[in-house]
Design a protein around this ligand. Structure first.
Ligand code: GDP
Length: 296
């Protein structure tokens, strides 16, 4: 809840200011609401659509009190986000393979560490796979997290074939009867096409070795990057078919509207949210709780 304070201040309090004591529901009011939505990084298309829906609901329900728009907006956001909590697909198969993708700096390594901790807390044995072989630092960082949360890390040397690391990790997970393998991947942005080919290969090798794998392609997005996050999601989704998003740094942004943009624009469920730098700061995303916390 506390992680949403900034978004609440920036967004819901602004909505309150706009509607409170307002005499009429007129064009100016709709424009101000649209502006507030765009400012919160809901995305232009989603903002326009939401305001359109508001208009038609106001007509349909013969609403004349501007303050009722707050509740209407809340309803709409809930409708977009849905009510259920889509969880990570880790119980159908053993080992469950989670391939984690995302550009450098979004919090990928941290999220993998937190995820490993989360699964461990839930009684699962975890193995990490250092398939970002592009930077030695990436392998080191993953090992630091492995040590911190007490899970083994399978690695090769810097510059080796990421798909080979993923392959070996899957073998190791089988041998050790691990419940979950989390595969780290590279996120260098400057050579995008090579990166996407590399990710496709890792994906292919995992699927060839184990039908159904990877069971999750989890895209890590940084909530503070707003619409950039949406563009990244498109790119990764085209390449490897993203099955869920982990949205990080929600604690550090006033633009939590990016959650709506991801859901509305991409139809990819948000499965986890990052709300801090510690190992406990990762939560399953609960849409209902999120909307309640935002509007309470
Ligand atoms: P990577 O390059 O994508 O692997 O990114 P890192 O995992 O190294 O994270 C980059 C920075 O973001 C680090 O300083 C992390 O501590 C920080 N970070 C990651 N997730 C969160 C989060 O949910 N909240 C906050 N406040 N910081 C985060």
């Amino acid at each position: 809840k506390e992680s949403l304070i900034k978004t609440r201040k920036n967004f819901v309090e602004k909505i309150d200011q706009i509607v409170t004591g307002r005499k009429a529901i007129d064009e100016d009011l709709y424009e101000e609401l649209e502006e507030a939505l765009i400012q919160a990084d809901v995305g232009i298309d989603a903002a326009v659509e939401m305001v359109e829906n508001l208009r038609s609901e106001v007509k349909k329900r013969h609403i004349s009190d501007a303050e009722e728009l707050r509740a209407l907006l809340k309803e709409q956001i809930q409708a977009i986000l849905g009510e259920e909590t889509p969880s990570l697909n880790v119980d159908a198969d053993k080992p469950a393979v989670i391939m984690v993708v995302g550009v450098n700096g979004v919090g990928k390594t941290t999220t993998i560490g937190k995820l490993a901790h989360y699964f461990k807390e839930n009684g699962k044995s975890v193995l990490l796979s250092a398939a970002d072989t592009f930077r030695a630092a990436a392998i080191d960082q993953l090992e630091i997290w492995g040590n911190r949360v007490g899970v083994p890390v399978i690695k090769h040397s810097e510059g080796s074939d990421p798909a080979a690391v993923a392959y070996d990790s899957l073998q190791a997970a089988r041998a050790r009867k691990a419940d979950v393998v989390i595969v780290d991947t590279a996120g260098r942005l400057h050579t995008k096409s090579n990166l996407m080919e590399e990710l496709k290969k890792v994906h292919r090798v995992l699927g060839r070795e184990m039908p159904g794998a990877p069971h999750e392609v989890l895209l890590v997005l940084d909530a503070t990057t707003g619409q950039n996050a949406i563009n990244q999601a498109r790119l990764f989704n085209e390449a490897v078919g993203v099955t869920g998003v982990a949205l990080t740094k929600l604690d550090g942004t006033a633009k939590g509207g990016v959650i709506i943009a991801v859901k509305q624009g991409l139809e990819i469920p948000i499965k986890m949210i990052g709300i801090g730098e510690g190992m406990d700061d990762l939560r399953p995303f609960d849409a209902k709780e999120f909307v309640e916390a935002l509007f309470d």
